[in-house]
Design a protein around this ligand. Structure first.
Ligand code: GSH
Length: 151
């Protein structure tokens, strides 16, 4: 582990993996914020102290809460694969500049995807950020597979 931490590509991966993981974790508090400000809860116990009339109003979905949840799910669909593929990719010994290009592009794409999704920006902004992120992960997977298959 100590040896890995001296490897520049692995250090770069650890940095960007931590950034996108923290970004994904931020979706929880963002969803909570929308729940509280929009008055939208899904569990009886969350509104236990309210009157029956208030409960009826609060126990309903809200488009902003659902949007934040979809954004969170999309992060899971993309950041979890980036984490595993990126780790394997870092172990294949790529050039630092190429690795940084992959990690930075993916990170920028996921940050922008969240801004586009939560801000409801016009398409194809969100679609493009998603697509470029997928291409980055696919490119890293290609390097992993070609390295392993040539061994
Ligand atoms: N699970 C995704 C979906 O249902 O849309 C697969 C395709 C995807 O991730 N598309 C991007 C997206 O932001 C670009 S359009 N989808 C919205 C979402 O996952 O809620």
């Amino acid at each position: 582990m100590a040896q890995l931490m001296e490897n520049e590509v692995f250090m770069a991966f650890a940095t960007y993996a931590a950034i996108v993981t923290l970004k994904m974790m931020l979706m929880g508090p963002i969803t909570s914020y929308f729940r509280i400000t929009r008055g939208s809860f899904s569990n009886e116990e969350d509104v236990a102290r309210k009157s029956d009339e208030e409960k009826k109003k609060l126990l309903k979905s809200h488009p902003d809460v659902e949007r934040a949840q979809r954004c969170h799910r999309n992060d899971l669909e993309n950041i979890v694969p980036f984490f595993f593929i990126g780790l394997l990719y870092a172990l294949t010994g790529p050039e630092l500049s190429t690795a940084l290009l992959h990690f930075r592009t993916f990170t920028a794409c996921r940050l922008f995807h969240t801004i586009a999704y939560i801000g409801a920006l016009p398409q194809p902004s969100r679609g493009l950020s998603y697509l470029v992120g997928v291409l980055v992960t696919t490119s890293m997977a290609y390097r992993v597979l070609s390295t392993v298959l040539l061994l």
